[in-house]
Structures are given as C-alpha cells and as structure tokens.
Write a protein that binds this ligand. Structure first.
Ligand code: F6P
Length: 358
C-alpha cells in the first residue's frame, strides 16, 4: 500500500483542485486501489499539527473546475521555519514526526516560492517530497509556467477590458493595479492583452516624468483616455536607487494604500489629468481555472504520479519548452523568476508603442 500525503500551501490560486485531482487520478490508475491519500488541512500547518483527512476518489470528483482548495491553505513563512510556534512546537520536527507517524511514502506539496523552499528543506531532512509549481505570480524559478497564472491573467485582462469602455466615455486616465508580488508577469501579460498604453513593472523602474510624457503624447494624438497597467510592486527609479532598508521603510510609510494611488496623485499634479484607480485584488486568485490551467495542472498532476511510481523524489514538476518534466527541488529553491527588460516580450511590447515609463 502506497501512502501519499498532500498539501496546498501559501496564497491559493485557481487550479489547485485540478492539480490534486490530476495527482490522485494518476496514482489511482498506476496503483489501482493500492494507494491511500492523506490531505493535510491548511498547508504545512496541518502537517505540523497532525491535522489531516483520509481522502477517497469521490473527494476529487467534480473539482476540476472548482477554484480555491478543498484542503485549505495558510502561509507558513520559510524564514520562520526554525522559529518555534507560539505554543513551543518545533515546526520542522513536528512535520517530520507526522510524516513518519503516518508512514508516508511521499509528500506532495502544491506551492509557490516559499512553500517549495520548505519542501526542499523537508527533502534535505530525508522525506520523500514532490513539488508542484503553484502561483498566480508565475515567479517560480525553473518553470516556464506555474498553474494559476493564466487564470489570473484572464481576470486582470477582463478588468482592463471593462475599464476601457468607461475610460473612453469619460476621457479619463485609468490605472488598473495588478497582483504579482515582486514580479510583473501578470501585469505584463494582462497589460498587453488588454491593450494598456503604459505598463509599469517592478523589474523596470519608472520615471514619472516619462509616464506623463507618454500620457501627453496620447493627448497630442487625439486620444482622450489612457490606461495604465501597474504592478502592485511597481517602483520609481528614485526609490529603486535607495538602499534596500531605506526603500522598504519609505514604501511602508507612504501615505497611500498602494503604489497606484501615489502614481495617480503624481499624474494629477504633473499632467493635470483626471485619474481613477481600480484594484481587482484577490479576484485575480478566485473563480474557476481557465482551460489552459486545467490542462497544465492535470498534466502536472499526472507527472507527479509518474515520479512517485518511479520513486524519483526531491523533484519539482515544471514546464520547460512546452514539455512537462521535473528538476531537483534544490535547483529552484530560493530563486525568483523575474521579467527581464531584455525579454523579447518586453521588446515586442515597446515596438507596439507601449510605454514602460523607463
Ligand atoms: O502570491 C500570490 C499573491 O496573490 C500575490 O500576487 C500577492 O502579492 C499576495 O499573494 C497577496 O497575499 P495575501 O493573500 O496574503 O494578501
């Protein structure tokens, strides 16, 4: 009997359930009835606290299209993994103890950067671990695509599409603030897909004067409205040049709810234009996965089942050049995949006339 543990960790996204279904369908086909699935509640928290459910095929039925996660999720920051819980629990030891107590053959971790760092740590501690690359941000190093990303791009694009008509009616400047944490992948893709005039990313610090110049150029061309797709982590050239500590302090103390509101004020001041800000926020992580994500996550799940059957542990399932494959967890752990200003997609966007404010 194979005994497999599974958990979903960190911020949720659309295709978590579809991915778990893929893993379980693959395992059931490879092992027939000879496999037990233990689902840990709320990510690593459940593994630490021995909170789990023994799951059956029927639990994975009808969830391909369902957003969220049937297991629940929580953030357990990697940097605090060696700090005991408030009630004195040794986190790493308690996770290892639960794994051993349940006599698991493998732990499958659906998670983003921090979660995969913990997966790698557990692998180094001797557990059999397989990682599956989850995050709307698409910032996990080693995979061309994470599941959740395309669904988030779809929602952010839809937000920009909806803003387009009202922006045009009122001749206004609109900022749509897009999620993505420290990287600009969702903003870049949704910005291009939604026909944004200006795209501001964390990886390409902006100069507000250049942003205003791009807006004035559109006015000169007789365009009454403009749309900016702004990443939540977008940063000005001025702030990017500050030492890290000072930059963090400045951002934490800025008198705005987020960067978009600061940019909006600056546009009002420097260009005298009417500006509105829209923040789709967590809607970008919600709802049903788009077909691309359903296919990708089902294939990722099948690959995880295959790796378990072959006992190839300590691996992260990835997409590379359109092939679903796997790399060592240690290769990806601790690295972020950023947009590069030299990426073809950025160059193409510039050729289309999109300003990056740089
Ligand atoms: O990592 C996914 C993500 O949605 C980021 O894009 C965003 O910055 C963050 O999570 C929001 O986190 P929380 O759900 O904890 O507010």
């Amino acid at each position: 009997m194979k005994r497999i543990g599974m958990l979903t960790s960190g911020g949720d996204c659309q295709a978590l359930n579809a991915t778990m279904r893929g893993v379980v369908k693959g395992l059931k086909n490879l092992y027939k009835k000879d496999v037990e699935i233990y689902g840990f509640i709320n990510g690593y928290w459940g593994l630490m606290r021995e909170q789990y459910k023994l799951l059956h095929s029927k639990d994975f039925s009808g969830i391909l299209t369902k957003g969220g996660t049937i297991l629940g999720s929580s953030r357990q920051p990697f940097k605090l993994m060696n700090v005991p819980t408030e009630d004195g629990l040794d986190k790493v030891k308690s996770m290892k103890d639960t794994y051993k107590k349940l006599n698991l053959d493998c732990l499958v971790v659906l998670g983003g950067n921090g979660s995969q760092k913990t997966a790698n740590l557990l692998s180094e501690e001797g557990l059999n671990v397989i990682g599956l690359p989850k995050t709307i941000d698409n910032d996990l190093w080693g995979t061309d695509m994470t599941f959740g990303f395309q669904s988030a791009v779809d929602i952010a694009t839809d937000a920009i599409d909806c803003i387009h008509t009202t922006a045009a009616s009122h001749n206004r400047v609109f900022i749509v603030e897009v999620m993505g944490h420290k990287v600009g992948w969702i903003t870049l893709h949704a910005g291009i897909a939604g026909g944004a005039d200006i795209i501001l990313l964390p990886e390409i610090p902006y100069d507000i004067k250049k942003v205003c110049k791009a807006l004035d150029k559109r006015t000169e061309q007789g365009k009454g409205f403009s749309i900016l797709a702004v990443a939540e982590g977008a940063i000005s050239k001025e702030d990017a040049e500050l030492p890290k500590k000072k930059r963090k302090e400045k951002i934490a103390n800025r008198p705005y709810p987020s960067v978009s509101y600061e940019i909006a004020d600056q546009i009002r001041e420097y260009c005298g234009k009417e500006v509105r800000v829209t923040v789709p926020g967590h809607t970008q992580r919600g709802g049903s996965p788009v077909p691309y994500d359903r296919v990708l996550s089902s294939r990722f799940g099948a690959k995880a089942a295959e790796l378990i059957k072959k006992e190839e542990y300590g691996k992260l399932v990835v997409l590379k050049n359109n092939i679903v494959t796997a790399i060592p967890l240690s290769e990806s752990a601790g690295k972020l995949k950023y947009v590069s200003p030299d990426d073809d997609i950025v160059k193409d966007a510039k050729l289309l006339g999109i300003s990056f404010g740089d």
